[in-house]
Structures are given as structure tokens and as C-alpha cells.
Design a protein around this ligand. Structure first.
Ligand code: SF4
Ligand code: ZN
Length: 301
């Protein structure tokens, strides 16, 4: 281990991180991971110890690793789980999320989509919206709504570097300027929207899985059945091939975008669509009726 060696200890490394040129033992990998998350939180002024954070928990490695790291770093973070009603996948992930919350003695708020609107398989059957796009909209809507009701002022999600690099790659391939302008690890609080942050944005998927494993966190190891065939998976595979040949590619692609391109994109003044409030539910929306209320109507009809 690079750190043990410097301290004249002789623990064997269990992992080599080529893009950081670091070989680390279990103890120092965990320490490195938590320090890196904390540094990211501070670099982007995400939150501090006085904030009330709500972690969007899916039961997967990223959200549970994030929650664990925030807990160990002394931040005030509870969890929020949405039961999407995707058969076994939702049942298994709910059990694991609750098991983890019990382990660290923190509150996990659980809502059921079936009670709020309809399960994801029902929404898929009754509307022609692409499933993951509808699911993403719904998840963003409910966590924002409940965070406000429950008194939290920060929403933290487990998006990792692989997720962010894949989205950046897709948005760049399609020159989605409006999406690129918003691709930042912090989305500030706006009329009706709570501040959203991504503290794992500089942590790779492998690092997050290893952190979960070394901390004995049980997480859902299989993907949601609807994830199959998503183009983001192809982009991740492609970026990982590049990463294997040139370690550091993903991190550089993402961080250099934030440093060099993001400020340029946001320096161009553009007329922003003004935010209104949904006439049905009162939540923030760019249209008279928000997308979740429209989905509800489609499901009903
Ligand atoms: Fe929702 Fe798609 Fe993710 Fe499944 S893969 S949880 S449907 S966004
Ligand atoms: Zn609405």
C-alpha cells in the first residue's frame, strides 16, 4: 500500500487505482474514498454539517456507499426510498435499503409509487412514455416534494463518475446544449426545487462497489429489468474500453468539461423558460400541468 509504505507499515495493497497511481490496503482505500467524497462536497460547496440531507436510496451500491460515507463523515443524512413496484427487484432492494438504514440507525422514508400514481410496469403498459424517462421524472418529482414536506434542504444522489461521463458523452454526441448547461454536480435551489448534489461524481463505479464490499454493505447486485438495452450502458462499456487503454480518461473528460466547457456554455445568455406552478399539484413546472400530473391523467384514462 502506497500510504502504509510511506508510514513504514507493510500492509499489502488490495486495489490498484491506475488513474491515481495508488495502490491501497483495505483501511487506506476506505479512508481515501471518504476523503475524496468530502473533498468533492467542499469543492462544490454542496452542504455542511448544519444541513439536513435526504439521500435518494435505491438499494444499489452507489446510494448505499454514499449514505455510509456521509454517515461516517458526520453529516446529517437520512434516506428516501421509492418502491417503484418492479416486482422482485423492488422488493429485494427495499429490504436491503431498510437493512442498511437499521444498521446505521438512520431514518429511511419509504413511499410506494403504486399508492401515489401506479407502479412502473403499469405506467409502461398504460402510457407510451419511454419507461426510464418516465421513471426518472417521477423519482425527481417525489423526492423533491417529500424532501420539502419532511423538512430537508438538500437532496443527495449516488450518481458516480461512470454515470456522469456516460451522460456527458451522450449529450455531447447529440449536442444537447440545454442538457450540457445543466450538467453540474450541484443544482441550486430554485423556486420550489430543493438543492440537489452528487457527491460521488468523482468516484468510479468500481470504487463505489469496492467501498460497499469492504464495508460489508449488502446491496442489490442485479440491475432493474428495464435497464436492459439502455444506450447509457453501451456508452459506459465504450468509455471503460478507453479507460483500460488510457487510465484517467473518464475523470479527465468529466472534470475538464466542468472546468473549461461548463462556464463557457453558461456565459451565453439565453432566455430561460420561466418556472410556474402546476395548477393541479402546485409543484414547480414549466407548463400549466406538470409532467407527473399529466402521467397520472394518462394512467387514469
Ligand atoms: Fe427506473 Fe429505468 Fe432505473 Fe429501472 S432502469 S429504476 S425503470 S430509471
Ligand atoms: Zn402537478
Amino acid at each position: 500500500c502506497t500510504i502504509c509504505k510511506a508510514k513504514n507499515l507493510n500492509n499489502k495493497a488490495i486495489v490498484f487505482l491506475p488513474h491515481h497511481r495508488l495502490a491501497l490496503c483495505k483501511e487506506h482505500f476506505i479512508e481515501w474514498f471518504e476523503k475524496r467524497v468530502d473533498k468533492t462536497i467542499k469543492e462544490f460547496k454542496m452542504f455542511d454539517k448544519n444541513d439536513n440531507i435526504l439521500v435518494a436510496v435505491s438499494g444499489g451500491k452507489d446510494s448505499l456507499s454514499l449514505w455510509n460515507a456521509l454517515y461516517k463523515l458526520g453529516y446529517n443524512a437520512d434516506g428516501f426510498y421509492i418502491n417503484l413496484g418492479i416486482n422482485e427487484y423492488s422488493e429485494d432492494s427495499k429490504i436491503l435499503a431498510q437493512k442498511f438504514a437499521d444498521k446505521i440507525g438512520k431514518k429511511l422514508h419509504i413511499i410506494s409509487l403504486k399508492e401515489e400514481i401506479a407502479s412502473i410496469p403499469e405506467i409502461k403498459e398504460k402510457t407510451n412514455r419511454p419507461t426510464c424517462s418516465a421513471c426518472g421524472t417521477i423519482k425527481r418529482y417525489y423526492i423533491n416534494k417529500y424532501a420539502k414536506e419532511l423538512g430537508y434542504n438538500i437532496i443527495a444522489t449516488g450518481h458516480n463518475l461512470d454515470d456522469e461521463a456516460a451522460v456527458l458523452f451522450s449529450n455531447t454526441l447529440n449536442w444537447e446544449i440545454d442538457f450540457l448547461k445543466k450538467q453540474y454536480p450541484v443544482l441550486k435551489e430554485e423556486d420550489g426545487f430543493i438543492k440537489k448534489v452528487k457527491p460521488l461524481c468523482k468516484i468510479t463505479e468500481k470504487e463505489s462497489a469496492l467501498y460497499a464490499f469492504l464495508n460489508n454493505i449488502d446491496y442489490i447486485e442485479y440491475e432493474c429489468p428495464f435497464a436492459e438495452g439502455a444506450s447509457s450502458i453501451e456508452y459506459k462499456i465504450f468509455l471503460n474500453e478507453l479507460e483500460n487503454k488510457h487510465p484517467g480518461t473518464k475523470l479527465k473528460f468529466y472534470t475538464q468539461f466542468l472546468k473549461k466547457m461548463y462556464p463557457i456554455l453558461n456565459s451565453v445568455e439565453k432566455e430561460e423558460k420561466s418556472l410556474k406552478h402546476c395548477i393541479i399539484c402546485g409543484e414547480p413546472s414549466f407548463n400549466d400541468i406538470c409532467s407527473v400530473c399529466r402521467l397520472k391523467q394518462l394512467v387514469k384514462n
